[in-house]
Design a protein around this ligand. Structure first.
Ligand code: SF4
Length: 396
């Protein structure tokens, strides 16, 4: 006999350790965290505060900024101060680069998380004619990296702050390329080398990312690091993203293909959708991915049939009207179906249904139960009345 329990549809997330970034926790079973980045110059304190605040208000839970110079690093102090005084203490993450260890230490004083790219910690001489590295050369460079990073790691560790080890497929160090190739394996080894340095210094507030602009590469790299960490007994949360995804519809589809595939595998604790558009455009895409997978519910879930020859009303128009009237009611599932033939069955577990009944009339459903038949012109108002009668309405 058919056993519903054999078909459990819940995504089982990989177990990871909780990493605190200010008042937000990444991993440890916490909801998948949404991130984005301002494109304001960090030297412009007022502009940056406004941009951070705006992104945070629309759902960006950790905001990233760039810090290309010491002056930018020092400006972070003013930004944080202003946020605390005029808004709230939004968790901030900043990128720092190899040649900027002094900058990194300054940054670590002011914000909650520092992102480093292992590919930028290069000790090989430029124009090197070499084509391979011996094990001892490889390790020697690893030690130099460790010495360079040590003050930053200790600073973050002692302040209870976090670090993202952000590997990029496009910027792997030469010795990684010579040893492992331009491969997901190279990306994983690059990250693990940095993880070991941090663990050696007893620092484990780590988040790891394996970004690539090609989706199959990114998926393979995240799957591999997840597997390797599992084998090694490591449990660091993963930050998912597709770099340089571009813009528009394809940028969104490309990001979703990479991020959602991994989330469905249970991989990933925080996400960023990188679009070549203003940063606030990234946030709804993140939340839509999480909602579609059932990982976070932050908006009304609409089910609507695609319409066909049986459709009894202007489905596109009505769906738009229903959405406009109810989109603020977080947590509800509402279905809009063109006809009675397949409508009630196909709207599955929706809380409310708006279904074409006969020409000029629609039926309103509560779950699978038909509540009343009303003229189509009154449909949206009647739906609102039904939700109000059930005590689930709140004013927008
Ligand atoms: Fe067509 Fe009815 Fe199915 Fe909508 S629910 S696609 S109108 S058959």
């Amino acid at each position: 006999a058919f056993n519903q329990l054999e078909y459990d549809t819940t995504i089982r997330r990989c177990k990871t350790r909780p990493v605190k970034v200010g008042n937000v926790t990444i991993g440890g079973g916490h909801p998948v965290v949404v991130q984005s980045m301002i494109n304001e110059d960090t030297l412009n304190i007022e502009g940056s505060v406004n941009a951070i605040r705006h992104l945070h208000e629309i759902g960006c839970e950790i905001v990233r900024v760039t810090v290309p110079s010491m002056a930018h690093a020092k400006a972070l102090e003013g930004i944080k101060q202003e946020l605390r005084q005029t808004y709230e203490d939004v968790p901030i993450v900043a990128d720092v680069h190899h040649n900027g260890m002094k900058i990194a230490l300054e940054v670590a004083k002011h914000i909650e998380k520092v992102r480093i790219n292992p590919g930028l910690y290069v000790f090989e001489k430029p124009n090197s004619k070499r084509t391979e590295y011996t094990q001892s050369e490889f390790e020697e460079i690893g030690e130099k990296i460790g010495e360079t990073l040590k003050p930053l790691i200790i600073s973050l560790r002692d302040q209870g702050k976090a670090m993202r080890i952000g590997v990029n497929h496009g910027s792997l160090a030469e010795r990684i390329l010579f040893t492992y190739g331009d491969t997901p394996e190279g990306m994983v080894e690059s990250a693990l080398e940095f993880v070991r340095i941090c663990e050696y210094l007893d620092f484990r507030n780590l988040v790891i990312s394996m970004k690539a602009s090609r989706v199959p590469v990114m998926i393979a790299a995240y799957r591999l690091i997840s597997k390797r960490m599992n084998e090694l007994g490591m449990d660091y949360p993963l930050h998912l993203g597709v770099t340089e995804a571009g813009d528009g519809e394809y940028g969104r589809i490309k990001s979703t293909a990479g991020i959602a595939t991994l989330l469905a595998d249970g991989i990933g604790d925080t996400i960023r959708v990188s679009l070549t558009e203003s940063p606030e455009k990234e946030i709804p895409v993140c939340y839509s991915i999480l909602q579609a997978l059932g990982l976070r519910k932050t908006m009304v879930e609409y089910t609507a049939c695609p319409s066909c020859g049986r459709t009894l009303f202007n489905l596109e128009k009505v769906l738009h009207q229903v959405r406009e009237a109810t989109k603020h009611l977080t947590g509800l599932d509402i279905a809009v179906m063109g006809c009675i033939v397949n409508g009630p069955g196909e709207m599955a577990d929706a809380d409310y249904g708006y279904v074409g009944k006969t020409p000029g009339y629609i039926s309103l459903y509560r779950r699978r139960e038909e509540i009343k038949k009303v003229p189509e012109d009154d449909g949206v108002e009647e739906l609102i009345s039904l939700i109000k009668a059930d005590g689930l309405w709140v004013d927008p």
